[in-house]
Write a protein that binds this ligand. Structure first.
Ligand code: SF4
Ligand code: SF4
Length: 634
């Protein structure tokens, strides 16, 4: 089985019939993959290489420069963290520029949609906004964000303001507090250059520091997106390829950054009549990957599919345009689109694909660019009219939009004076045994969504509350776990009672869904905010909470960075694929055990999802025991 998703299975049949190559075919072509690479035992950091270290005693044990297996593995890991941090930093900086340009009056198509959040973030960052207009304050917040990127005076203000004091002390003791986001990324590239840092322990400490820089970038990304586009609140939608409409102009928004997609959502609403005049029923916006998560969370735009199955919507023959920004966009979509007439439109100067149409987003004329993009899609629709389409009739109901603000607002209906109290009371009583955040991607090496589904079923029935972001949230959306009806089917009695009580207090027909969709990958920062709020209320640090994270099908360097900062926050973090570190026993043991003594968090590597659920549950029970709470066997 390549995917658990029925819609994807149907499209794969079509791909076979029509001889279209997909990501699964290309993986098969790559097999067997290089064993040195899988162990992290190769290095191309200079032209004396590539060097490879033998995992067996009778082969070479050092690279040409003398680098050992431990050094090579640590350097490779740290470079992955730096690359992931760079991606999130670029995303965050892009939003800071958009906010800054709006504040200066040069980006008229944007606005501050959540002034309360602007003022809250400003206050949190120590900016006195009492006498300032919205634009003046927005400019100051944008400057405050910009200041996080360069080297500053000590720990970055954004991290210090959002993590616990205990966390900051633990990181400081380890020498793992970065001076700035981009300076940290640059330092990691310097340190992993030939002939610089060859101490694996020192390299890993640097990697953790860079991961904290990544956390800061993610948090800025979330905060500024909320300020510019609104803080998400619960929204009802549907997910999967069945959300495509044969008679509409179907436009998929793919990538990560909402800076263009938000404008497209607004402009599409204004251009419905233009699409109708071209013979369409209207414009149907749909999402892919994290750009899809952003517009789902704020506007209910249906997510179509995620990560490795991004070629599938094109195979339906019903997708008129795929508009991409950056990150996780496979270049193969251009090749597949040639067979079906889908316009692939790249929009970022730093993320072009040969063969795609490029319409570059400029914040100064965003609406005009959005109109141009939609007209391209309408033209593509006119060209495909009358051709058969293959839209699988597969879709699930979705309730998304669970920002921390939305969760607290829902809890406030149970206790207006102290919204966190109902959550804490239920954790203490054991109705909620703990919380697991599912994050990360799909990976073509795992049957798509399988690990997510097995783990969720096991944990939910044991009363573990699940949060999800990124393509993990997408997996749950496509499989019906973001539907409140799934609470009845999957949740244990205690969890069901809590989710039902919250639903009832909020005037809903039923419970909340058993998995709460918190947003895109950068929105993992929302989960930290929730954990920090709970920890502060309990008077403990985040490394004591019965909270864990899992990236059961992770793929990207961004996921490596996020996983590392989740460990830095004190969480047990499960990985469902083996990262390329097994070539160093020292690095492997530091990541899975040694680091626990220093930060409380640690990695659990387990490829069997059943076993993984068991291990996360055990980690939660260990934390409950530590807090003096009643425990429950598996
Ligand atoms: S840095 Fe050292 S191990 Fe890496 S390629 Fe150069 S010589 Fe080989
Ligand atoms: S979860 Fe992973 S694959 Fe999916 S959009 Fe985020 S980084 Fe990309």
């Amino acid at each position: 089985m390549l995917s658990r998703d029925r819609a994807v299975q149907q499209m794969l049949d079509i791909a076979r019939q029509q001889n279209v190559e997909t990501v699964w075919d290309r993986l098969a072509d790559q097999l067997p993959q290089c064993g040195f690479g899988e162990l992290g035992l190769c290095c191309r950091h200079c032209t004396q290489g590539p060097c490879r270290i033998s995992p067996f005693a009778d082969g070479p044990q050092r690279g040409v420069c003398g680098a050992t297996a431990d050094t090579m593995v640590a350097r490779g890991l740290v470079r992955a963290i730096a690359a992931g941090a760079a991606a999130h930093a670029g995303h965050a900086k892009h939003l800071a520029h958009a906010l800054h340009k709006w504040a200066r009056g040069t980006a008229p198509d944007y606005a501050v949609r959540d002034e309360a959040k602007l003022r809250a973030v400003a206050a949190r960052q120590g900016i006195d906004g009492a006498e300032l207009s919205t634009r003046e304050l927005a400019e100051k917040v944008a400057h405050s964000a910009f200041s996080q990127f360069a080297e500053g005076d000590g720990p970055m203000a954004w991290a210090r303001a959002t993590l616990t004091a205990g966390r900051m002390q633990a990181l400081e003791k380890l020498g793992a507090l970065p001076a700035g986001i981009e300076s940290s990324i640059a330092e990691m590239l310097h340190r992993t250059h030939i002939g610089v840092d060859a101490d694996p322990v020192n390299l890993l400490a640097g990697g953790i520091s860079c991961a904290v820089a990544d956390y800061t970038g993610c948090h800025i990304g979330t905060d500024l997106a909320d300020i510019l586009f609104g803080t998400p609140a619960p929204v009802v939608s549907e997910a999967n390829l069945g959300a495509l409409k044969p008679e509409a102009v179907n436009i998929a928004l793919h990538g990560h950054n909402p800076v263009l997609s938000e404008v497209l959502v607004r402009v599409a609403a204004e251009m419905q009549s233009e699409a109708q005049a071209a013979g369409a029923q209207g414009i149907n916006l749909v999402g892919i990957c994290c750009t899809g998560n952003e517009v789902l969370m704020r506007h209910g735009v249906p997510p179509l599919t995620h990560s490795i199955s991004q070629e599938m919507p094109i195979l339906t023959g019903a997708l008129d345009a795929m508009v991409v920004d950056y990150q996780c966009v496979y270049p193969s979509i251009v090749e597949v689109s040639r067979c079906y007439g889908t316009k692939v439109i790249t929009t970022m100067g730093m993320a072009k694909i040969a063969g795609a149409t490029h319409i570059e987003l400029k914040e100064e004329e965003a609406a005009e660019k959005a109109r141009q993009i939609i007209r391209e899609a309408i033209t593509a629709f006119q060209a495909r009219r009358g051709r058969p389409v293959n839209i699988p009739p597969v879709k699930s109901k979705v309730v998304a939009g669970f920002s921390v603000e939305a969760i607290l607002a829902a809890l406030a209906k149970l206790n207006a004076a102290d919204p966190l109290k109902p959550l804490l009371d239920n954790i203490v009583s054991g109705n909620i045994q703990g919380v697991v955040l599912f994050a990360g991607c799909n990976n073509v090496k795992v049957p798509q969504d399988h690990n997510y589904l097995v783990m969720a079923e096991e944990l939910l029935r044991r009363d573990v509350l699940l949060l999800a972001t990124g393509c993990g949230a997408g997996a749950y959306a496509r499989h019906g776990l973001l539907d409140p009806a799934a609470t009845e089917r999957y949740a244990g009695a205690g969890l069901k009672a809590v989710l039902s009580a919250i639903g009832q207090a909020n005037g809903l027909d039923g419970p909340l869904p058993p998995v709460l969709h918190m947003g895109s990958c950068v929105d993992n920062s929302r989960a930290v905010d929730l954990a920090v709020a709970i920890a502060s209320k309990l008077g403990v640090d985040t490394d004591k909470l019965p909270v864990a994270a899992s990236a059961p099908e992770f793929k990207t360097e961004k996921a490596v960075a996020i996983g590392t900062w989740a460990v830095a926050c004190g969480l047990p973090v499960h990985l469902g694929l083996v990262p390329p570190v097994l070539g160093s026993a020292l690095v492997t043991s530091l990541l899975t055990a040694g680091i626990k003594d220093l930060l409380g968090g640690y990695f659990i590597v387990e490829t069997d999802p059943q076993q993984a659920a068991e291990k996360l549950y055990a980690a939660i029970q260990e934390r409950r025991r530590g807090l003096g709470l009643e425990t429950r066997p598996w």
